[in-house]
Ligand binder design. Structure first.
Ligand code: NIG
Ligand code: FE
Length: 409
């Protein structure tokens, strides 16, 4: 029986990231059968007849030269659409000013809000393409981008539109997140409740109606929004049928993670100050813990996320860049993977799963991040002896080939 096949990929060692008992879900002597951008079969090549039949039927055959094949990376937390940069603030922090102090003086996120509001569509798009391209070069094929540097209706919509447009310029799937509750804009000064009402009544319905965002996020923190304000946004998101994500426990234990998981959050992100006793709520609600070692590094944080307790509760841990102009100007998923190992003691396998299958879960995407049948054919090839090398060496590797939706890009 002839098997229909657009593309056949063989002679590869596959780090499938399936949960199989094998490290990295490794598969040997297998070939990927791809049709219409989807993996439709994983063929066993121990039988040479099967291989010859498949080859004869394939429109295109890719010989992987015995390289490692990994799922395309999923960077599930970025803020890479923004105006300006914050190099000056970086210098101030090196001279002793803290992230919190800078934020309280109206710098930080608010500084980027001012620059983003004055940047037009073309400027924002051009700079975002440059940043996203860096991630693509390392094998990122799915990218999340948050708004949150506009805070007014027009700029938030512009940010989300620009983010989605990245798909037209790069081989990427973009998942957008509305983060209106990122900071309090000057026009609402001292009235965070009024700003939250504005978000819920005037912005979120438009975002939902125009289908501009795949999820809604809140910065729940002393310098962000309190749990009551956060909950209002979550309630509105539920009403509009939008899934939620949350920046929580980044600088203090504000109890945002428990609240978010009660609303079945896809993920809670940062979580350095998450209490061990709160982790059971994540486990119960299927909430992914997103670790952001770039922000930990740049802010010289010393409090580490509770990795051992997350492991003990089998909470999936994702790893992402948090690429943003302030707390994490990090244009490298591979460096984030390395940092998750060095700073948070993840194993290379955990960190690589974090940037593939668990990153996808943090976006509610279950059709990617893993090499399996009925998953999108987003994958990369690497000239390495073991997948651990990708976590071990900084700036040592680039994929030798990237496939997006079954197409070599
Ligand atoms: O993920 N924590 C809040 N938001 C971003 C920082 C944004 C910024 O500093 O511009 C973060 O760290
Ligand atoms: Fe963030």
């Amino acid at each position: 029986m002839a098997i229909q096949c657009d593309t056949l990929v063989h002679n590869v060692r596959i780090a499938s990231m399936q949960v199989s008992g094998e490290p990295y879900g490794a598969l040997y002597n297998k070939a990927l059968v791809i049709n219409d951008g989807v993996i439709t079969a994983i063929a066993d090549l121990t039988d040479t007849d099967t291989f010859e039949t498949l080859k004869a039927n394939a429109a295109s055959v890719v010989d992987g030269n015995n390289q490692w094949l990994l799922p395309g990376f999923v960077d599930c937390h970025t803020h890479l659409v923004y105006g300006g940069n914050r190099a000056q603030e970086f210098e101030q922090r090196l001279q002793g000013a803290t992230y919190l102090e800078i934020a309280e003086r109206g710098g930080g996120i608010k500084g980027t809000v001012a620059k983003t509001r004055t940047a037009n569509h073309a400027t924002l798009l051009e700079s975002a393409i440059k940043r996203a391209k860096r991630l693509c070069e390392e094998g990122v094929t799915t990218l999340e981008v948050k708004s949150g540097y506009g805070l007014d209706v027009d700029t938030e919509i512009r940010m989300l539109t620009v983010a989605k447009q990245l798909e037209q310029h790069l081989p990427l799937t973009v998942s957008t997140t509305y983060l209106g509750a990122h900071a309090l804009p000057n026009e609402f000064d001292n009235d965070a409740d009024a700003y939250i009402d504005f978000i819920c009544n005037d912005v979120m319905p438009i975002v939902a109606e125009k289908q501009l965002a795949n999820a809604v996020d809140v910065f729940c923190e002393t310098i962000g929004f309190n749990t009551q304000q956060t909950e209002k946004v979550f309630q509105k998101a539920h009403e509009l049928g939008l899934p939620i994500k949350a920046h929580v426990e980044q600088l203090s234990d504000s109890k945002g993670a428990v609240l978010a998981s009660r609303y079945q959050a896809l993920s809670v992100d940062h979580i350095e100050y998450l209490a061990d006793s709160d982790i059971v709520h994540l486990a119960q609600n299927g909430t992914v813990a997103v670790l952001l070692p770039g922000a930990f590094y740049y802010l010289s944080e010393v409090q580490k996320p509770p990795v051992n307790a997350l492991r003990a509760h089998n909470v999936p841990m994702a790893v992402a860049t948090d690429f943003n102009p302030g707390s994490s100007p990090l244009a490298s998923i591979l460096t984030a993977i390395n940092m998750a190992c060095v700073q948070f003691q993840l194993t290379p396998e955990e960190a690589l799963r974090g940037a593939t299958i668990h990153g996808a879960a943090a976006l509610g995407l279950h059709d990617r991040g893993v090499i399996d049948v009925e998953r999108v054919a987003d994958f990369t090839l690497w000239d390495i002896d073991t997948p651990a090398e990708l976590a071990y060496c900084i700036n040592g590797h680039r994929p030798t080939a990237i496939f997006k939706g079954g197409k070599h890009v």
